[in-house]
Design a protein around this ligand. Structure first.
Ligand code: SAH
Ligand code: F3S
Length: 481
């Protein structure tokens, strides 16, 4: 599971082990990126101390929370529809309270309470620790809202409860917010300024996960390469730090190394990287440690220099190619994935061709591709006309998707007749007799279960494949097991 959560995970209800003595029932549902799913684990942890156990049955919930996404208009519409469905249930169970969390809460603020009568509670991404107070207000019959963005909050001191966990893979959040201000993107407005989490609390979480049997973590942030710890504070204030703080600062490559060393058998992934902040020492650290997985998610959004500039992506096409060349030179087997946007304002056919030729150059393993969706409040939303007609956006997106599929399939086939290491995550969706897991380069593989079990690292000979799934047979345990 990478940055964008599987389509079939969207709206998943999250369940944790029941805490003895808890009487109230929480139904919590998440949409959007991995960060939202990770945040819901923090929220469930906070509410577990307030007497709430989670439930999958909406009708029996005392509190319904929906963790929302604002990245594209469609994401917001999905949540609006869901609220209508909660409304129908509230007629049967009038005591049920409904809260909206996450990016839509932050973007719409009190408007939510005005527009959606069903909503009792609106909480932005930096205000989850205030939930107990806010709930107390709601219980007294008042609507409650906290959408204050913080300069410090990283929830580093909250031990997230793992929701619907397979017990094997987990997210560990390392930065919050984003300072990049890509002109199309609402995230800097909904998640605030960029701040990094204390490396010590990250390592403690990684150690704790290992002790609980987890075998793979994904370090999460909107822009992980920008991670910088110098004793707390905003990334943008680093220049004012003391000499000592600067000399002992921890960069993303340092953090990767700390995690890799702390648990040498824990598989480590990270997401998302940003070309303008990506540094060579990250590739070198990946190459140095076997347990850091060979996959980099490196969104480019467009292959046209002119559009990159309009998007305020602070790098050129050539600079992106340099990074790609370096990755392929130092880690030839490294998978690379991408996010692309079709039909950004003023995008011409020539710009679009530049995107296609960039894709031909990189030959991505995976991709997340979208048509441009104008977001209110962003620079592009305010200053640029959304002038590429929807039909053209869709046609360009289709061409992008076709090309992505072509290379994804070629990259999948390249595993044929090779032996690859798979971490077993769960039974295959198609057959209960097969295990499903992923290679270091993040390709899904299925193979007969035999005597192996969930959490084992197994060497698997790949004998066949579909366009995106490897099919094979286990040979033996991996030496990393
Ligand atoms: N750096 C973040 C980006 C979050 S947004 C991260 O990866 O964690 C995820 C992707 O959504 C972006 O990379 C971009 O491709 C897409 N996106 C963001 N805003 C968009 C918009 N207004 N319209 C269409 N796609 C958008
Ligand atoms: Fe958005 Fe750009 Fe940050 S896509 S999350 S502003 S790196």
């Amino acid at each position: 599971m990478e940055k964008i959560i599987d389509e079939n995970k969207q709206g998943e209800t999250l369940i944790i082990d029941k805490k003895e003595g808890n009487q109230r029932k929480l139904f919590i549902e998440s949409y959007g990126c991995a960060m939202n799913f990770s945040d819901s684990e923090i929220v469930a942890s906070i509410l577990s101390e307030q007497g709430f156990n989670t439930t999958k049955i909406l009708e029996e919930a005392d509190l319904v929370l929906v963790n929302t996404c604002s990245i594209r208009d469609k994401a917001e519409q999905t949540v609006r529809k869901r609220l209508q469905e909660y409304n129908a249930v509230k007629r049967i169970n009038p005591k049920m309270k409904v809260g909206v969390l996450g990016c839509m809460a932050e973007r719409l603020k009190t408007k939510f309470l005005e527009e959606e009568k069903i909503v009792d509670l609106v909480v932005g991404p930096d205000a989850y620790k205030d939930l107990p107070n806010l709930l107390a207000e709601v219980e007294e019959g008042r609507d409650a809202i906290n959408v204050i963005l913080s300069k410090e909050e990283t929830y580093g001191d909250i031990s997230p409860v793992r929701l619907n966990s397979n017990g094997i893979t987990a997210f560990v959040s390392i930065t919050r917010g984003c300072d990049n201000m890509c002109t199309f993107c609402v995230v800097p407005f909904t998640r605030g300024r960029e701040r990094s989490r204390d490396p010590q609390s990250i390592i403690e979480e990684v150690n704790d996960l290992w002790a609980k049997g987890f075998k793979e973590i994904t370090l999460l942030g909107q822009n992980v390469d920008s991670y910088l710890w110098y004793g707390g504070g905003l990334k943008k204030d680093f220049n004012n730090a003391s000499e000592l703080q600067k000399a002992t600062a921890v960069s993303f490559a340092n953090l990767l190394e700390l995690c890799a060393k702390a648990q040498p058998k824990m598989r480590i992934r990270f997401s998302t990287s940003n070309p303008q902040d990506f540094t060579m020492d990250v590739i070198e650290t990946m190459a140095k440690y076997d347990n850091i997985c060979n996959h980099i998610h490196l969104p480019v959004q467009s292959g046209s220099d002119r559009i990159l500039k309009e998007m305020n992506r602070l790098h050129t096409r050539e600079e992106y190619f340099e990074i790609i060349d370096n990755i392929k030179r130092i880690i030839p087997e490294c998978a690379i994935s991408v996010d692309l946007i079709a039909g950004f304002p003023t995008e011409t056919e020539e710009d679009h061709q530049d995107t296609l030729s960039l894709m031909e150059y990189v030959k991505y393993n995976f991709g997340y591709m979208f048509t441009y969706s104008e977001r209110p409040g962003t620079l592009a939303g305010r200053k640029m006309e959304d002038d590429v007609p929807e039909t053209i956006k869709k046609r360009r997106l289709k061409e992008i998707i076709l090309l992505e599929r072509k290379y994804s399939e070629i990259n999948t086939r390249a595993h044929l007749n090779k032996t690859v290491e798979i971490l077993i995550e769960k039974a295959s969706k198609k057959s209960d007799l097969q295990w499903s897991g992923r290679t270091s380069d993040n390709t899904v593989a299925v193979f007969p279960k035999e005597h192996y079990k969930v959490g084992d690292l197994v060497n698997v000979l790949i004998t066949d494949c579909t366009s995106a799934t490897l099919i094979g047979k286990a040979i033996d345990y991996s030496k990393n097991n």
